[in-house]
Design a protein around this ligand. Structure first.
Ligand code: TYM
Length: 329
């Protein structure tokens, strides 16, 4: 039986965080034996915000190395840079003509990002969810593992794909989101009302995958909590709830068991334990990452192979789309 298909992507806009790991990337590896998986460093998406060329290049390679360091085998998964597969941009343009301005206006990420980048509200930022739709349907993906913040984009993807199918027949597979039950929304350590984000200005808010053990422990020690002094998940305790979900994700224990483990203990003790557990989880990945980054030529060659494979997988869909629309072959 042929395996079902997974597509997911991550933008090279900084060092990946514990949020991107626990919300998305850690699940990519778990799903990779059951599915035929494509995971892309989506650099076309990164330029919706102005990027320094050398920084974009470094971020791209670093992120690509993280994918492998986190356990994705490039022989079993298709790992590649989005900009090396032109079919993404081609289908992205086509689907722009099937997306409505009204629906793009409703995208909360566009509203947030345009508020943050008021001097560069470009058309790409606005139509970015359509390119994301193209990324997914290009491969007839069945499942898309993402964090909570991407759910709205996936809904839009399904709407656009269904609209296209209604006009032209069954062209696209309608994908499902895979949002993990715990970890789908890791919040900032200083500001637990907002998600932890790699493009954030406050480095103390984020755990970067490259942070040293000392830095990780320090950042957790400084994490914002509350004055109630009980370690439990509750809407009015966003800081402690966030630390509990992080601890649950990295140890694999249920949240309720984590609450029981720290029952009667102080916040200082709890924060130290979370910091140590995170640092211990990241250490072997960091070592593998450093090793991979020491040989850029090999890394680029792996990516080129992945791009070739992705292009071959994309070609049949693009062909039927063009035929359906009426383009001359
Ligand atoms: P990006 O690069 O912002 O994030 C990559 C993945 O990490 C998840 N994530 C989080 N999960 C939990 N808590 C957090 N604090 C956190 N921060 C990030 C995101 O939900 C995401 O799954 N538009 C996408 C990239 C993309 C894509 C796609 C994803 C482009 N095309 C097609 C899926 C399918 C983005 O900006 O992700």
């Amino acid at each position: 039986m042929t395996k079902k298909i997974i597509f997911s992507g991550i933008k090279p806009t900084g060092i990946p965080t514990l949020g991107s790991l626990l919300g998305a990337m850690s699940h990519w590896e778990k799903l990779s034996s059951e599915y035929n998986c494509l995971y892309s460093v989506v650099d076309l998406h990164a330029i919706t915000i102005r990027q320094e060329p050398s920084v974009l290049r470094d971020n791209g390679r670093n992120l690509f190395a993280w994918l492998i360091a986190l356990g994705l085998d490039p022989d079993k998964n298709t790992l590649y840079y989005q900009s090396q597969v032109p079919a993404h941009a081609e289908l992205g343009w086509i689907l722009n003509c099937y997306a409505y301005v009204g629906e793009l206006n409703r995208m909360t990420q566009f509203k947030d990002k345009s508020a943050k980048n008021a001097d560069n509200i470009n058309a790409g930022l606005y139509t970015y969810p359509v390119l994301q739709t193209a990324d997914i349907v290009l491969f007839q993906a069945n499942l898309v593992p993402i964090g909570e913040d991407q759910r709205q984009h996936l809904e839009l993807c399904r709407d656009i794909a269904e609209r296209f199918n209604k006009i032209y027949g069954e062209i696209f597979t309608i994908p499902e989101a895979y949002v993990p039950p715990v970890g789908a929304r890791i919040m900032g350590l200083q500001n637990p009302e907002n998600k932890m984000s790699k493009s954030d200005d406050n480095p103390n808010d984020c755990i970067y995958l490259s942070d040293s053990t000392d830095v990780i422990i320090k950042k957790f020690k400084r994490a914002v909590t509350d004055s109630d002094n009980t370690i439990r998940t509750a809407a009015e305790k966003p800081g402690i709830s966030n630390l509990l979900s992080i601890y649950s994700c990295v140890t694999g224990k249920k949240v309720a068991d984590c609450e029981a483990e720290f029952d009667g203990k102080g916040y200082g003790h709890f924060k130290q334990a979370v910091g140590e557990a995170v640092a211990e989880t990241l250490k072997p990945y960091q070592e593998k990452h450093a090793h991979l980054m020491a040989d850029i030529a090999t890394l680029d060659a792996i990516a080129a192979k992945g791009a070739e494979r992705a292009a071959n997988m994309a070609a049949p869909t693009l062909k039927i789309v063009k035929e359906a629309i009426g383009f001359i072959n």
